[in-house]
Design a protein around this ligand. Structure first.
Ligand code: NAD
Length: 497
């Protein structure tokens, strides 16, 4: 059984503690590796190495930093098959979907490779007589990233390329469910020429997270995960005086208006609800449908849900794999049961699914629940599984009210043929990322990603221009040089222009 280690000071390292935790292949239920859980001592060792590395790295010229990012990009492309297989094995998502997450992470690397352009400051010539003023942005030092299980490559790549390109050292605490991809990323960074200590991995659970949150040499924390933990991270790290961006959970609504192309909307909703077994923070888990077309849409959704091919993620033709753990399967099936008990209509029931050849896997089939009401548990909670709720509404105004009443505000989409309705929707909806006939509106890398309300704690969205700002702090220089040809004015006790 292989042991998943940390990556500290430029290479794999066993931790100081003995505690381990099994890593499963969710398709078979088998244990595929043991994860060494980190300790506060391991965090101290990692941060000490990162502090030294950050100081030197911040002095490396921008063009040289960019060339490391270019090489990292090439290595990522060349390693896509290996990385995708690893992600699929520990997460369960299909191999094409794992390749997709790598491609989205790659975009951020490409954005960050433009760091010489991104870090250009502002300059005011002759702001006062003989005085020039300019603003620069400087790195913070050591920054930490704490990431969820559902995108073991993409989410670390939302953070680390921008943090590193801006001159910081980055300490990653990956999810303990699918930790192996983080070590391959560390190896690729090293092969790309990144100095030891600039990218570090400390594996583990809350013990490691808490040590990072309280470490005096960690200047900033980026977090992506569930809302209760995001809230805790934001409160705890802020109280320690750190800069924090903490992205939380979601309940994303896809609004289908009566004039939408129903076949297309059903197609998009099916892929967005059941892709990656619904374990995406941008999954559309609620269809909000105009009553006049609801029966027609539900009929299409049911047919499409039944046609989804569910099997192990590495099997050719798989549309959807298992969920992450046996406990997740039990929780999701419990929520489906509660929906039926509370009066919703189970149109397609994914409970009790057994996949031939993978009887030990954590599979839940695609599930469609109609006549869901906001008070039902299946609506109140983030299910994070392949369950699509259908909420029926009278029209656009009620649809917007439903979306805005929800405590989450990560993503939403509207399906319509009307530009006027789409414009009304995008302007009135209180959600951070909006799709118009686009089901999963994850922003491209040169915009920033982030939700509103309970989906984000802190002011800063992740990657893109907001990422560059998050990982840097401003400095303004006001400068005057002695004039040989014209003597400097005498010093004044008063502000002057
Ligand atoms: P999680 O909150 O359980 O774990 C996220 C990270 O926090 C992991 O590294 C984990 O080890 C750590 N952690 C867990 N419990 C902790 C605790 N009590 N104290 C300190 N650290 C703790 O999330 P998950 O199950 O890995 O991921 C799924 C969740 O992430 C979903 O809610 C999903 O919506 C959310 N998510 C959000 C986004 C976004 O962009 N908003 C993106 C991806 C995932």
């Amino acid at each position: 059984m292989s042991l998943v280690t940390h990556w500290i000071d430029g290479g794999p390292v066993r931790g100081s503690g003995d505690a381990t935790q099994p890593v499963h292949d969710p398709s078979t239920g088998q244990v595929v590796a043991e994860l060494g859980l980190g300790t506060a001592e391991d965090v101290d060792r990692a941060v000490a190495s990162a502090v030294v590395a950050a100081e030197a790295w911040a002095q490396v010229p921008l063009g040289k930093r960019a060339s490391v990012l270019f090489r990292f990009r090439e290595l990522l492309v060349a390693s896509t098959d290996e990385l995708a297989a690893l992600v699929s094995r520990e997460h369960g998502k299909t191999v094409p979907d794992a390749r997709g997450e790598i491609a989205r992470g790659l975009e951020v690397v490409e954005f960050a490779a433009g760091i010489p352009q991104l870090l250009k400051g502002e300059h005011s010539e002759q702001a006062a007589t003989g005085i020039d003023v300019f603003s620069t942005r400087e790195p913070l030092g050591v920054v930490a990233g704490i990431t969820p299980f559902n995108f073991p490559v993409m989410v670390p790549l939302w953070m680390s390329p921008v943090a590193i390109a801006t001159g910081n050292a980055f300490v990653l605490k990956p999810s303990e469910r699918d930790p192996s991809a983080s070590l391959l990323l560390a190896d690729l960074w090293a092969q790309a020429g990144l100095p030891a200590g600039v990218f570090t991995v400390v594996q583990g659970d809350k013990v490691v997270v808490d040590a990072l949150l309280h470490h005096p040499d960690v200047a900033a924390v980026s977090f992506v995960g569930s809302t209760p933990v995001a809230r805790y991270i934001h409160a705890t790290a802020s109280a320690q005086g750190k800069r924090v961006q903490a992205l939380g959970g979601a309940k994303n609504h896809g609004v289908v208006l009566a004039d939408a192309d129903l076949d297309d909307a059903a197609d998009q909703l099916t892929a967005a609800a059941f892709g990656a077994a619904g374990e995406r923070c941008m999954a559309l888990s609620v269809a909000v449908v105009e009553e006049s077309v609801a029966d027609a849409l539900v009929e299409r959704l049911a047919a499409k849900a039944r046609a989804v091919r569910v099997t192990a993620g590495d099997q050719p033709g798989a549309d959807m794999g298992p969920v992450i753990t046996a406990a997740a399967k039990e929780r999701i099936e419990g929520l489906i049961t509660s929906a039926e008990e509370q009066g919703a209509t189970l149109v397609v029931d994914g409970r009790g699914l057994v996949v031939d050849g993978y009887e030990g896997g954590f599979f839940v089939g695609p599930t469609v629940v109609d006549h869901v009401r906001p008070e039902h548990d299946v609506y109140q909670q983030e299910v994070f599984g392949p369950v699509l709720d259908v909420v029926r509404v009278a029209g656009l105004d009620e649809a917007i009210d439903v979306v805005n009443a929800n405590p989450y505000g990560n993503g939403t989409a509207v399906f319509t043929a009307s530009g006027e309705a789409a414009r009304t929707f995008r302007r009135r909806v209180r959600v951070g990322m909006v799709g118009v006939n686009v089901p999963i509106p994850v922003p491209v890398a040169w915009h920033s990603f982030g939700g509103w309300k309970d989906s984000l704690f802190g002011e800063s969205h992740v990657y893109g221009p907001e990422g560059v700002r998050f990982y840097t702090r401003g400095k303004v220089v006001t400068e005057r040089w002695p004039q040989r040809t014209a003597p400097a004015p005498t010093a004044s006790f008063h502000f002057s222009g």
